[in-house]
Design a protein around this ligand. Structure first.
Ligand code: G1P
Length: 272
């Protein structure tokens, strides 16, 4: 069973300036709810029991958001507002589920995941990138179902336009079925010429515990960062099975201003 989810949250959010100059991008609301809560709800509905948040000292607001008990209690004592009480109950539920680890230098997703090593108990865990929202399906649940079927590692994937491949981690496809395929290679942000397909990694992964050992061996890759993609690649080369799950829902990019504005519109349309 997949019970734990790692969420790297230490990124600076420069693509979202000016909104991120004082507020972590993961707390910016989309239709009245922080981006991060959409991700958490997806996880809880997929059976996740524990979150490991990788934050930095600059992003302590994330911790405060979930642990501001004094503030809530003062208000609840004064006003008997049911909505606020329910929000507080939700926060209290999340408090019990979250552990924090720190990544104070932005050294990449691989480095962020490695920082969680001591907390991971089971053979496999879920990892989600909060910039990537997926609506109209529970993508984590889809990944978990495919993991149950294949007993292997899983990555969420979707087809992107060929001209855009250098924005993503790109997968090599073998044994393609309707909704999934085996991954025979992966390249982080390749040129159009070097891309093995146009199936891109979207930020949901079921990874094996043994990936920590691979991350430790990595040297900084693309952009001087330690990429989880490179550790995955080395595991594939050592005959570990990885499958790409072609998820059903709609992908929304919440990591750029234009993507964020579009996400607000799409989620609003879905609620009408
Ligand atoms: C990261 C991954 C990349 C993946 C993308 C999905 O890139 O490194 O492989 O395709 O997330 O959003 P980033 O968005 O951090 O540049």
């Amino acid at each position: 069973m997949i019970k734990q989810a790692i969420i790297p949250l230490a990124g600076l959010g420069t693509r979202m300036l000016p909104l991120t100059s004082v507020m972590p991008k993961e707390l910016i609301p989309i239709n009245g709810k922080p981006n991060l809560e959409y991700i958490m709800e997806e996880c809880v509905n997929a059976g996740i029991k524990e979150f490991i948040f990788v934050i930095s000292e600059n992003k302590s607001a994330i911790k405060k958001y979930f642990f501001n008990d004094k503030f809530y209690k003062k208000i609840i004592n004064k006003k008997k507002d049911k909505r606020i009480k329910n929000e507080f109950l939700k926060i209290k539920k999340y408090q019990k589920m979250i552990k924090f680890v720190y990544q104070n230098k932005p050294e990449g997703t691989g480095d962020a995941v490695l920082k969680c090593q001591k907390y991971i108990k089971d053979k496999y865990f879920l990892m989600l990138l909060a910039d990537d929202l997926i609506i109209n399906t529970n993508c984590s649940k889809e990944l978990i179902n495919l993991h149950k079927k294949t007993k292997s590692s899983i990555i969420a994937t979707k087809k992107v336009q060929k001209k855009d491949v250098s924005r993503w981690g790109i997968l090599s496809v073998t044994n393609k079925k309707k909704n999934y395929f085996q991954i025979s290679d992966v390249v982080e942000k390749p040129s159009v010429k070097k891309a093995p397909s146009n199936f891109a990694i979207i930020g949901r992964y079921i990874l094996p515990k043994k990936i920590f050992k691979e991350i430790k061996k990595l040297k900084p890759g693309q952009g001087g960062e330690i990429h989880i993609t490179d550790a995955i690649r080395n595991l594939i080369y050592k005959d570990n099975k990885f499958y790409g799950n072609i998820f059903k829902g709609k992908y929304l990019d919440c990591g750029t201003i234009n993507g964020y504005i579009n996400s607000c519109i799409e989620i609003y349309k879905g609620k009408k």
